[in-house]
Write a protein that binds this ligand. Structure first.
Ligand SMILES: [Ca+2]
Ligand SMILES: [Ca+2]
Ligand SMILES: [Ca+2]
Length: 168
């Protein structure tokens, strides 16, 4: 279950039932353009969910092939002003999910679970976007993807920023 809780009163605003355990922490970004930030969350159902921050309704879902324990990074890779979700799965892949419709933009295969939460930026300064993450296979990966510009990066790593504030 995913809960949105009023930070002032502690009362529930909405909840969403994934039908499975939820181990990931939520990541936020604007996915439906209504001015209220929306929630990306993964679950043991193998799905990644984009949930409307106003009412918890599904905006889209993305199906991987095993549970999701990785918390998504949120960054607009194709510069259409709707951010993408970059997230690992226990099916061994790191996925880039198009934030406009939940379709797969890219995938990167490893040989074991990807439970870590990716961090996105241009680390080597070549203007191509780089993604750092760890795999259960024992490797740390730095993957360059073929997107040379990105606009908004509201949540480029675990809990948003290097201080891990998770604030909006
Ligand atoms: Ca919204
Ligand atoms: Ca985009
Ligand atoms: Ca780069």
């Amino acid at each position: 279950m995913v809960y949105a809780i009023d930070g002032v009163t502690g009362s529930e605003i909405w909840h969403y039932d994934t039908g499975s355990y939820v181990w990931t922490s939520p990541s936020l970004g604007h996915f439906n353009g209504d001015g209220t930030p929306d929630v990306i969350i993964g679950a043991d159902s193998s799905n990644v969910y984009a949930l409307d921050g106003t009412n918890g309704a599904e905006i889209w879902t993305f199906a991987s092939n095993d549970r999701i324990w990785s918390s998504a990074a949120i960054v607009d890779l194709n510069d259409d002003s709707i951010p993408e979700a970059v997230v690992g799965s226990d099916d061994g892949y790191l996925y880039g999910i198009d934030g406009s419709d939940g379709s797969m933009m890219f995938s990167y295969a490893t040989s074991d679970w990807v439970d870590s939460s990716p961090a996105v930026g241009d680390i080597d300064g070549d203007t191509k976007v780089d993604i750092a993450f760890g795999g259960f296979d024992g490797y740390v990966y730095l993957v360059s993807v073929d997107y040379s510009t990105y606009g908004i990066a509201p949540w480029p790593m675990f809990r948003k920023d290097i201080e891990h504030t998770a604030t909006w």
